[in-house]
Design a protein around this ligand. Structure first.
Ligand code: ADP
Ligand code: AMP
Length: 216
């Protein structure tokens, strides 16, 4: 199963990807996570990407296409993967088609998580993750069972992304509407697009996604 999760920043792509990983045992390929790892490691890619990411703009197609192309060649992707935050431009979508076609593969489905703009700033501003295992939480919508302790690994250190502030949300949304939303039509025309209502609570969105995955 090779899935694309599509939706604006804060829609719930990472949250739902983690659940699909647990259920289906296929890896989540988040270009945002990979770029943040490159920034943290101080690699050449990280140095180029940092300022662009902090401002909420898109990193160049060449960089992210190269990262994904290398990643999907790894063994753990042989049974499938979930692309989270990629492709984000038509150039990236075409590159994805080509890199999969070269292996005789195709995308199984594109799941668009639809969320009203009005809630995105609150979702982004309230987002934080466990610094040890990366499990995602939210100040209001998804708190750990014991305050300050990660449900999954028991870690007690949490972190927030530098770009998760109300100032960058506008830039990130503009990038989404200008560069990424054309992919909705692109995948609809290919008969791959499935939509879910991302305004529902997290469990309800997971159930709607599961209903789609069970038909693939
Ligand atoms: P994305 O990966 O699309 O940027 P995330 O999955 O990180 O978005 O979700 C952004 C924030 O919103 C997280 O803190 C998450 O806990 C919360 N969240 C995700 N889905 C929902 C939902 N359906 N309802 C309320 N909050 C949600
Ligand atoms: P995300 O974690 O998906 O919210 O991405 C965080 C930031 O990383 C984005 O605002 C972009 O600057 C960059 N980024 C992630 N994925 C891509 C992509 N596919 N194309 C371009 N930039 C990306």
């Amino acid at each position: 199963m090779r899935l694309i999760l599509l939706g604006p920043p804060g829609a719930g792509k990472g949250t739902q990807a983690h659940r699909i990983v647990e259920k289906y045992g296929i890896p989540q390929l988040s270009t945002g996570d990979m770029l943040r790892a490159a920034v943290a490691a101080g690699t050449e890619v990280g140095k180029k990407a940092k300022a662009v990411m902090d401002a909420g703009n898109l990193v160049s197609d060449d960089i992210v296409i190269a990262i994904v192309s290398e990643r999907i060649d790894q063994d753990d992707c042989s049974k499938g993967f979930i692309l989270d935050g990629f492709p984000r431009t038509l150039v990236q979508a075409d590159a994805t088609e080509k890199m999969l076609a070269a292996k005789g593969l195709d995308i199984s489905a594109v799941i668009e998580i639809r969320v009203d703009d009005a809630v995105l700033a609150d979702r982004i501003a309230g987002r934080y993750t466990c610094a040890t295992c990366g499990t995602g939480y939210h100040d209001e919508n998804l708190k750990p069972a014991v305050e300050g302790v990660c449900d999954k690994c028991g870690g007690t250190t949490f972190k927030r992304r530098p770009d998760d502030n109300r100032e960058t949300v506008r830039t990130r949304l503009q990038a989404y509407y200008k560069e990424t939303s054309p992919l909705i039509g692109y995948y609809y025309a290919k008969g791959k697009l499935k939509g879910v209502d991302g305004m529902k609570d997290i469990d309800a969105v997971s159930a709607d996604i599961e209903a789609i995955l069970s038909t693939l």
